[in-house]
Structure formats: C-alpha cells, structure tokens
Design a protein around this ligand. Structure first.
Ligand code: HEM
Length: 476
C-alpha cells in the first residue's frame, strides 16, 4: 500500500512521550483481565491514584520488555518470560467524578457508548419497566467509571498484579465487572473464536512501531491525542496530550452457529470438494483464509499458510480494481473495515485504529459443534479493544458508516448505478432485525445471513490518560 503523506517532520516520540504514553497500544499478553469499576469515594480514589501510578506500564517499558522477551525466546525453546502490564482508562462520567470539567473534544466519548448503541446497530429489548434498552451486560447498561487492564504472560502473573492494584484502590472503587481474556490454546493462539488469525493488519506509527510491507502508516496523532495528525491537536487540554480514546466492546460470538452455516453452504466450484467450498465461503466473508490469515486478494481460491505467516507478504496488497469481486468481495470484513485503495489514502488514514482485543470464554465443546448451537449459559467471544484519537473517525465511524452501511464501499455497476454491497458479514449489525442481513458479492447471488453471529453485549468509551495525569491533573 502506498505511504500516506505525513505532516511536516514530527518529533514524536520523544523519550518523555514514551514514558508518558500508556503501553497498552501493544502489550505482549497471553492473558488479560479487564476490571470495570465505578468510583465510590472520589477523594480517596484521587489519593490512591498517585500510589497506583508506579504500577502503570508505559510504552517505554513495553518496548524494553519486548526486547527482553525476544532475547528470552532466542535462549529458550519453551516457556514464557514473566511479564505483566497495567493500564487504566476513564469514562466521561468517571473523569467528571475526578473533577475534570473541561471537554476533551470527543462527542462520542462525552456521551458514552450507551447513547451510541442505536448508531452502532446494537439490539434493543424491552425491560421489565417497559423501556427499550440495549441488550447489554448490566454493568454497561448502568455505566462504569473506568477500566483497569492487566495483561501478561500467565494467570498467576496477572493475579499477583490484580491483588496489588486492589490493595491500593481498596474501597474507593466497586468492581462492576471483571472480564477474563485469554489467548486460545495450542495452535489456535492468536486466532479469534471463529478460528481466524487476528491482529495481522494494524496501522504502523512512524518512529514508534516496526513497519511491515504494505502496512498503513499513520501520523501518531491518528491514535494519540495532542500529537501531529490529531485533528483537534490545537484545542486539546494540555494535560491530555499523549492520551488515547479507547473503545471497549464485549462481543459474544456464536461459534457453533457460524460453523454450521459455513458447513451447510459450501461454495460450489468445479474441482472443489465440500470442505474446501465451506473454507472458501468463510474466507470470502473475512477476506483472509482461516489457517494463517493469507489474504484472498493474493490467493483467492486456495489457502496458502506460508503466505499467511510471512509478515513481509501477508499485508502487502491492495485491491485489484479490475478484478471486481472475483478476488476479494467488497463486503469482506477486512475490506469493509479498511478499504485500502478503494478510497483515497487521505480519506482512509484518519479511520485507522489500533486493535488490541483478546478472546474470552471457553473452547467450543464437541456437543455444541454437533448441535450447531452455543450451549446454554455459555459466553464466548472477543473482548474488542481499540485505540484512536477520535471515536467519530475510529471505532464508532467504522462500525456505523462502513460495516453497517449496505452501500459501502461506494462502487458502481457498468451502468453507473451504485452497487448494493450489503453488511459486513462478520460485524455488520442491524439491531437484530429478524429478516436477517443480506450480503452481496460473497457468492454470485445475494446471501442472506440468518442471524448475527457477533452479538454486542455493550461496552464503554474511555480515555486512557497520559501517565503524568495520574499524579497530576487526576490525582489529589
Ligand atoms: C468478534 C468480532 C470480530 C472478529 C471475529 C474479527 C476478526 C477479524 C479478523 C480475523 C481479521 C483479519 C486479521 C487482521 O487483519 O488483523 C480482522 C481484521 C480487522 N478487523 Fe475485525 N473482528 C471483529 C470485530 C471487529 C470490529 C468491531 C472492528 C471495528 C469496528 C474490526 C475492525 C477490523 C479491522 C480494521 C481489521 C483490519 C483490516 C485490514 O487492515 O486489512 N473488527 N478482524
């Protein structure tokens, strides 16, 4: 992909930026706890925050840890180096409780995710008092003030850290919900619950992250508040510089149901057996093959695991205009959420976000797989997390204006008529409309998807402040 023109030379990141910026834009983690909390005693909390600050992991520390992990891997063929990282972020309500009165300039953040639920296509239900409410987890319906993210190599590492954090914060908070994320076992490590390898295509930040061929390179301010490329750089409060807005989404995945649909509807092509036809259907919904994430734009009909695992090639592609949808459908998840050369680069770059999700919940059982149905009371899915400097360009925009927009990406047929693309088959949402979702271009005829296999259970928008604010602006 061609490089996006960058603003005049940026000094980012200075050593101070790296110490100030929380590190979760790239924690190495196998296990992660998300502690969603409400603040019970604001004065006590502000005091405790100062003591918590030394436990908060900076980007400089993450960079250092990554180096050590690399060295450890070279010396040891087995085992994981101990690592734990801790970050904290606040909702708009949480910041108000801490006495922040000025606006950070992000309307979605100020309003909170619950106000955005319709816009995001979430399903609403009628509660016992007759009110229409999003079908969310109770903690997100009633609202949380913040989240503490603890990620690391193992459960013991993060429990040890969680105990330290809880000891410092004590009764100043109430833990409304703890989400336990965990990488999937064995060869499924790095794969989300539908089985596809995740986190292959992430934006590269100049001077901060290693850049791979084809990667979209963005100005730091697309992700980090107050840096070059932040559209509100000049009007942000000074204390917020080096913060980032976080979208957390608790996304349940109906895996046996998804697998049943894919198995029941193989794409029929000469020379393609039934399992290969099903694999092709799944890969056309995602835009990448399941086994190792090889892009179908490069290898449209046959998986190529070696290409998938090759970080010099697995992201090095643009969509071939002349191929129409024969290689990658316009509605494929990766094309809906990052249309690359379907739009001009100046337009695509501001909508990049740093995804840092992790799966939660158990593996699918043999019984569930056989029945094609998620077992009663079983919750599995993706603790979706992403960072950006503007939610109305990042997560909220991408979900609403791209994934849920049946006319996106804008394409015309031979008669200059706008094509109906349909939903993103993976995350496109229409409020649970029982008539299902229609997707075009995956197979030659419109494909009606009977249910949403990704079910939003809500979340919140947070601001991950710079570390300096934890002993300054937000502390007592
Ligand atoms: C359970 C829900 C989801 C699943 C199973 C899922 C799965 C995947 C997979 C397998 C990939 C390909 C690997 C990669 O390129 O990193 C991917 C890419 C991506 N996803 Fe998702 N995803 C989910 C939710 C979301 C949401 C909510 C958004 C944003 C609204 C999103 C945005 C993206 C983006 C931007 C990419 C990279 C596309 C590219 O640059 O080529 N995903 N996702």
């Amino acid at each position: 992909m061609s490089q996006v023109p960058l603003n005049p030379p940026s000094t980012f990141p200075t050593p101070n930026d790296l110490k100030d910026l929380q590190g979760e834009l790239g924690f190495p983690k196998r296990v992660e706890n998300f502690i969603f909390f409400t603040i019970q005693d604001p004065a006590g909390f502000k005091h405790a925050l100062k003591q918590l600050q030394p436990l908060i992991t900076s980007t400089a520390e993450v960079q250092e840890a990554r180096k050590h992990i690399q060295e450890f891997k070279m010396r040891n063929s087995e085992g994981l180096m101990k690592f734990v990282g801790t970050n904290i972020a606040f909702s708009a309500v949480g910041l108000k409780k801490l006495g922040v009165t000025e606006s950070l300039g992000d309307v979605d953040f100020e309003n909170g995710q619950r106000k955005d639920a319709h816009n995001l296509g979430d399903t609403f239900i009628t509660d016992s008092s007759g009110q229409s409410v999003p079908d969310w987890l109770p903690a997100f319906k009633s609202g949380v003030d913040g989240v503490i993210l603890i990620g690391g190599d193992s459960l013991p590492s993060i429990f040890e850290q969680k105990n330290k954090v809880e000891h410092i914060l004590g009764n100043t908070i109430h833990e409304a919900l703890v989400v336990e994320g965990q990488a999937r076992p064995g060869k499924e490590k790095g794969h989300e619950h539908f089985g596809y390898l995740d986190n292959i295509s992430l934006p590269g930040i100049k001077n901060l992250t290693k850049i791979f061929p084809g990667q979209q390179i963005v100005d730091p301010g697309v992700l980090v508040v107050g840096q070059d490329g932040d559209k509100l750089k000049s009007s942000r409060p000074a204390w917020a510089k080096n913060g980032s807005f976080v979208a957390y989404r608790h996304l349940n995945q109906l895996v046996p149901e998804f697998n049943k649909f894919v198995n029941d509807n193989p794409i029929v092509l000469p020379g393609l057996g039934r399992p290969e036809g099903s694999a092709l259907l799944g890969s056309r919904m995602f835009g990448r093959w399941k086994s190792a994430g090889a892009p179908i734009e490069i290898t449209p009909l046959k998986d190529d695991p070696a290409l998938g695992t090759d970080d010099q090639r697995n992201n090095n592609f643009v969509f071939d205009e002349s191929a129409g949808q024969t290689r990658c459908p316009f509605s494929a998840h990766i094309r809906k959420t990052n249309p690359r050369n379907d739009l001009s680069q100046e337009f695509v770059a501001p909508h990049q976000m740093m995804r840092q999700g992790i799966p939660f919940g158990p593996e699918v059982t043999f019984g569930e797989e056989t029945l094609g149905k998620t077992g009663p009371g079983i919750n599995r899915g993706l603790a979706f997390v992403c960072y950006q400097s503007a939610l109305d360009d990042g997560f909220s925009f991408v979900q609403h204006s791209w994934a849920n927009n049946v006319k996106f990406p804008p394409k015309e047929d031979g008669n200059n008529q706008q094509l109906l693309i349909g939903f993103d088959p993976i995350i496109g949402a229409n409020g649970g409309d029982p008539s299902g979702r229609t997707v075009n271009g995956i197979i030659p005829t419109p494909l009606t998807l009977p249910i949403e296999w990704v079910v939003s259970k809500g979340g919140e928008y947070f601001f991950s402040p710079p570390i300096s604010a934890l002993s300054g602006k937000l502390a007592a």
